[in-house]
Design a protein around this ligand. Structure first.
Ligand code: ADP
Length: 497
């Protein structure tokens, strides 16, 4: 089976969030399972070249199109943690991927439309006809409509196309003209059964195009697959989802166990096994990591719980509820560490204000940056992580935390509800309960869930250790999910073939 992922992110070299982790983790497991796997991403200027091996120019004369112009591109081959990757560098007068960021520029739609078309040109140029082309979220969703129309008389027509929705909120909406610029007849796609945006009929919707034109659609947890069929959680696309429901399945994300491993994580001062049989060592070394983390962040030693939050600070993640958790933790004598990148200037200002308000507080650290090493040290040193998301397609931070022996406290939504079992849930065996859940996204519920967690930590230390043990016991890797993807690929191939 030959699979080509066309994506906007690949951890650890180009990562903005969970999408990059998923493309990395799934690809790596697919390689382990014996598949031939290629990943195609843009050659961003922010790529961490220290982690790229065998970088070689493999194609110096690739041409692609935009508007009435032809543009030259170079393609580099590279190995990223054993994954065969291709980096496309457009020689385009807009310098599309030299923006010091993956997303957030004024013409993100144009950048990724251009990249998607060029990725298909690259496959044609290489005479490569993969069994599966796997695309991810709105940035590469247009590959599906391209493949089923513009490329339907090329050898690529034999490839099946799988589309994974990592987050239905971001849809990539644009004027049909943007499609015309990469060779499609834009207006032909502005139809309800095609790519017309349900909220603004003058626009086309890239994510909708991925849903309508792919052979199979997946989303990143079974619970989220159900949620996106509803009006409240689909961001306008529930009719499209319902129409294409026969193609949809929810496959839970995993985490890459080699990369997320406290036993070998080079950023940690004290490594420890992610193994419930060594619970005493886990607890002992976690407390050493906690001690050092607090010291490095100029925080006071504190026997009370260290509650952390590692996140994009976007509306989805419940910024107000993060603030509630922060204030409440401090009021109960705990320590709170927030590592987050704000999604907009207003949110950043709000959190800077809190930071200023608590200036030099011995129990609070707020870091408004993306810092992978610090994130890892936080997972290792924390007692608990809070994830109060308004919605969460899967969520990786609760899984990483459990792998590092940190107890998750989260809202019961999407993949969080699929991966965490509540401390007080009598319907499941005690040894399977892993954390604390709350239902409604309300301040009072956040305070209440923290009260429950603090109570358990202080008054039932043995039960707290049981939560850590159950988390360490979970199979959080990609193996099971990768097999489900493989079955789906085979189904898609049978249908296309
Ligand atoms: P999302 O994809 O919605 O951002 P996920 O929970 O699926 O959320 O994945 C988040 C990933 O990004 C995790 O690997 C997490 O450790 C990482 N991450 C989030 N914020 C930061 C940050 N400020 N610094 C470092 N890593 C971060």
């Amino acid at each position: 089976m030959h699979v080509v992922h066309i994506a906007s992110e690949l951890a650890p070299i180009a990562k903005a969030g969970g999408l990059g982790d998923v493309v990395h983790g799934l690809s790596k497991e697919q390689v382990r399972a014996g598949m031939r796997v290629d990943v195609i991403i843009p050659k961003y200027d922010i790529i961490d070249y220290g982690r790229v091996e065998n970088l070689n120019l493999v194609c110096g004369d690739l041409w692609s199109y935009e508007d009435t112009f032809e543009y030259h591109n170079a393609v580099f081959s590279a190995q990223v943690h054993g994954i065969q990757s291709y980096l496309i560098e457009p020689h385009h007068n807009q310098y599309y991927f030299n923006r010091k960021t993956i997303y957030g520029t004024l013409n993100d739609v144009e950048r990724f439309l251009y990249f998607s078309r060029t990725a298909l040109e690259f496959l044609l140029h290489q005479n490569s006809v993969p069994d599966i082309i796997h695309i991810h979220d709105w940035p590469t969703a247009i590959v599906a409509p391209l493949l089923k129309t513009l490329y339907d008389e090329t050898p690529l027509k034999d490839s099946s196309i799988i589309f994974t929705i990592h987050n239905i909120e971001h849809q990539g909406k644009c004027h049909p003209r943007a499609l015309s610029r990469i060779g499609l007849r834009g207006l032909d796609f502005r139809k309800n059964e095609s790519m017309q945006d349900p909220k603004d009929p003058s626009l086309v919707n890239l994510l909708k195009g991925g849903i309508a034109f792919s052979d199979q659609i997946t989303t990143v947890s079974p619970n989220y697959a159900k949620e996106i069929e509803t009006n409240e959680m689909s961001f306008g696309l529930y009719e499209t989802i319902r129409k294409h429901k026969h193609k949809l399945s929810g496959i839970l994300n995993g985490i890459e166990l080699e990369s997320w491993n406290p036993a070998s994580d080079e950023t940690l001062a004290d490594n420890y096994p992610s193994n419930p049989s060594y619970l005493d060592t886990v607890i002992e070394n976690k407390s050493l990591n906690k001690e050092l983390l607090l010291k490095n962040l100029a925080l006071a030693p504190n026997p009370n719980p260290l509650i952390v939050c590692v996140t994009r600070i976007a509306k989805q993640k419940g910024p107000k509820l993060i603030q509630t958790a922060l204030h409440h933790t401090l009021s109960k004598g705990g320590t709170f560490i927030l590592l987050g990148t704000a999604s907009d200037a207003h949110t950043e200002k709000e959190f800077l204000h809190i930071k200023k308000h608590y200036h030099k507080h011995p129990n609070l650290f707020i870091g408004l940056t993306f810092n992978e090493s610090l994130a890892r040290q936080i997972y290792a040193g924390a007692d608990a992580i809070i994830i109060p998301s308004l919605f969460e397609p899967c969520g990786l931070t609760q899984m990483i935390s459990m792998r590092y022996g940190t107890v998750p406290i989260a809202r019961a939504t999407g993949g969080l509800a699929d991966t965490i079992l509540d401390f007080a849930d009598d319907s499941v065996d005690k040894c399977k309960r892993t954390g604390f859940l709350f239902k409604e996204p309300l301040e009072a519920e956040v305070e209440n869930v923290l009260d429950r967690a603090f109570d358990c930590f202080h008054n039932q230390p043995f039960e707290w250790q049981n939560l850590i043990r159950s988390g360490l016991n979970l199979d959080l890797g990609w193996k099971t999910s990768s097999l489900l993807y493989q079955k789906l690929y085979e189904r898609a191939k049978q249908k296309t073939g």
